[in-house]
Design a protein around this ligand. Sequence first.
Ligand code: ATP
Length: 366
Amino acid sequence: MADLLLRNVVKRYGNYEAVRGISLEIPDTKFVALVGPSGCGKTTTLRMIAGLEDLSEGDICIGGRVINDVAPKNRDIAMVFQSYALYPHMTVFQNMAFGLRMRGLSKAEIRKNVEGAARILDISDLLGRRPRALSGGQRQRVAMGRAIVRHPKVFLFDEPLSNLDAKLRVQMRTEIKRVHQQVKTTTVYVTHDQIEAMTLADTVVVMNRGRIEQAGTPQELYHSPKTRFVAGFMGSPAMNFLPCLLEQNAAALTVRLADGTGFPVPESHLQRYRDAPGKPLLFGIRPEHITEPRGSVRGMFSEFTVVLDVVEPMGTETMVFFKLGGEAVSGRIDSGMSVPASGEKMRLVANMAHMHLIDPATDAVI
Ligand code: ATP
């Protein structure tokens, strides 16, 4: 186990900068997820850590030692890919033992490591089977087992769950988290799925166009995004963004939408927005903060009426879609509530304690 450091890491392919100066410190035993849209440079970053790509600039250190020029096999890193790349003619035991045999471990040591990892992954009964006789989830476990047996300093995962169906993905996600809690190996996990990143990682790193937009705990990124990109990327369905102006009336501030709808800014936010009145802004609010009026809660809730476009019952909640200030907006309604049909009016509240304002000139959250 060891800490991992990336210092101003750049990767160029010809004139194209795929990774544009990434610095990141991952303390020993921590789980970091790199998340971002396709092409943002997350796989390239992971491959540079693994040694499968050279760096154009910068340094990568493991346990305090610069490893830029260390061959992949000598980096003491184990990587789990999207395609599990198991040897089809070998049993599960042989697949997991392969790397250890290459390293010249004794038979007894190999057996102890493989059986230990198999217990952690709950695949002890499968050790005699060939990969073709395994389900997708079981193959994924074997691929993880092959990584665990090596007791590497760092685990790298590249979209390991994307070949699995939705239900299995959720199961394996929990499994990966459980395994990490047991083995505590420093981990970098690449995914385009923000839910996967948030559920698994101590630190989520949101990448965009070769740069880090923001790194922080899942809660920090979700509740205090620093840019419009992060605000829109984290959370599903995505945050609503509505063009607005901030009106000042004595000490009070009001978010004014294009159609005249006004939402009072809570007192707790007044200081932060003191320089914002007068310029065009974006009002950001998540769907779960637009709900049905809830009698018992008072204070930061601001009521308004909409005509519903679409109503989607989801079981645990009902999503409602409507136009507000000329923009398409979504809200989340408690599934126990009766919701009017599409085309009908509904009274809603915005929980302004969770409002965001974005400066469209810089895309920064104010
Ligand atoms: P995805 O989720 O689609 O895998 P990603 O965030 O992992 O995306 P990368 O695979 O890191 O993205 O690619 C980042 C950028 O670098 C992309 O624009 C890609 O086209 C480019 N790129 C990657 N590998 C090469 C290469 N060998 N030669 C040229 N360009 C490359």
